[in-house]
Design a protein around this ligand. Structure first.
Ligand code: PLP
Length: 397
């Protein structure tokens, strides 16, 4: 026997939650665990701009032959325009190279593989808490990880001083993973002033920034959400970005993401690209095409692009509205002050509820959220908000 000594892996906490949710037979159950956008009817629909791009592709696409290993150049260029802004030197200058990867996850993994395979670094610093997959991706790629504090539970805020203090212990050459915006799971992002300090600190300490940009457009806007990345770019000659089109195009299952690596000069960037290609070749050989072609079609057509920006805006604004409504309704119901929820960005919120309260929400009200207290605000709508408020009020009292 070969496999009989294998232990069962622990259940993924979030996927396990979805399984439990599916099995729950209560009619008014609510899933605030899953990390996908839902509209006011609780549906994760296909964006209109995506549907239209798919119709165009259906008519015009002539081959399903392999893409280049790093994806179509135009796709990478458009991703860089979104990240850096259309007039940035990094769009066409040659210092930044981009590579299509399967989702933001694929971009993180290929980036981590590249770092490990090329002996760029051996240690990566990751926020605590973070999207749980970060730790696993780093370890699977062969990197050691350390944690830096991020969340100030008492004040529902960024533990900025502790974060910098801990990162001061990093060795020159270590990698620091940062969330560009809409930090998952806390929803708390650095202020502009804090980004300045972080960016300068990383440059002075000679630490390599690796930025996870999974939610561009979900915080304050496409340009606004790039503030952190662009500030890092101002002070740090070399860094990596893993961006994702899963959330802002609703292309979750198409696995469309981009790894962008910025080097200090064009000559280095060419060499980096050749090694990134090897990392891709050995992991997945070629990227999946459909999502990439949808994104390229939408972004290159002014009408579709305008439609995308509108649709993204309405997702962002619906979430922001739910944050305000939730905090008001909780205050009116006597549950306490939840105003901090309106200060957080993106799909997720650290609600401040503890493990027992989250368990009571599930047991007594059929409301599912992650044990850490993370709720997916995008799962709240005008039909379920009153039940959610009633349940939270009951568990906090
Ligand atoms: N990074 C963060 C912080 C995320 O929250 C997610 C998805 O939830 C990802 C990366 C991965 O996104 P993708 O589905 O594009 O792989």
């Amino acid at each position: 026997m070969f496999f009989d000594r294998i232990d069962a892996a622990p259940a993924d906490p979030i996927l396990g939650l979805n399984e439990a949710f599916k099995k729950d037979t209560r009619a008014n159950k609510t899933n605030l665990g899953v990390g996908v956008y839902q509209n006011n009817e609780g549906k994760t629909v296909i964006l209109d701009c995506v549907k239209e791009a798919e119709k165009i592709l259906l008519e015009r696409e002539e081959t399903k032959s392999y893409l280049p290993i790093t994806g179509l150049p135009e796709f990478g260029r458009m991703a860089r325009e979104l990240i850096f802004g259309k007039d940035s030197e990094f769009v066409d200058g040659g210092k930044a190279i981009s590579c299509h990867c399967p989702g933001g996850t694929g971009a993180l993994r290929i980036g981590a593989d590249f770092i490990h395979q090329q002996n760029v670094a051996s240690t990566i610093w990751i926020s605590d808490p973070t999207w749980a997959n970060h730790y696993q991706i780093a370890t699977s790629a062969g990197l050691k990880f350390e944690r830096y504090p991020y969340y100030d539970r008492a004040n529902h805020n960024l533990a900025f001083d502790r974060m910098i203090e801990t990162l001061s212990q990093a060795k020159e050459g270590d990698v620091v993973l940062l969330h560009a915006c809409c930090h998952n799971p806390t929803g708390i992002d650095p202020t502009h002033e804090q980004w300045e300090i972080i960016a300068k600190f990383l440059a002075e300490k000679k630490l390599l920034p690796f930025i996870d940009f999974a939610y561009q457009g979900f915080g304050h806007g496409i340009e606004e959400d790039a503030y952190g990345v662009r500030t890092i770019a101002k002070y740090n000659p070399e860094f990596l970005i893993a961006s994702s089109f899963s959330k802002n195009f609703g292309l979750y299952s198409e696995r469309s993401g981009v790894l962008t690596v910025v080097s200090a000069d064009v000559e280095t960037a060419v060499k980096v690209m050749s090694q990134v290609k090897i990392a891709v070749r050995t992991a997945i050989s070629n990227p999946p095409a459909h999502g990439e072609k949808i994104v390229t079609t939408v972004l290159s057509d002014p009408t579709l692009r305008a439609k995308w920006e509108d649709e993204l805006k309405s997702m962002r604004e619906r979430i922001a509205k739910m944050r305000v409504l939730l905090s008001h309704k909780l205050k009116d119901a006597g549950a306490g002050d939840f105003d901090f929820i309106t200060e957080q960005n993106g799909m997720f919120s650290f609600s401040g509820l503890d493990k027992d309260q989250i368990e009571a929400l599930k047991r007594d009200f059929g409301i599912y959220a992650v044990a850490s207290g993370r709720i997916c605000v995008a799962g709240i709508n005008t039909n379920n908000i009153d039940d959610i408020v009633k349940a939270i009020t009951a568990v906090v009292k």
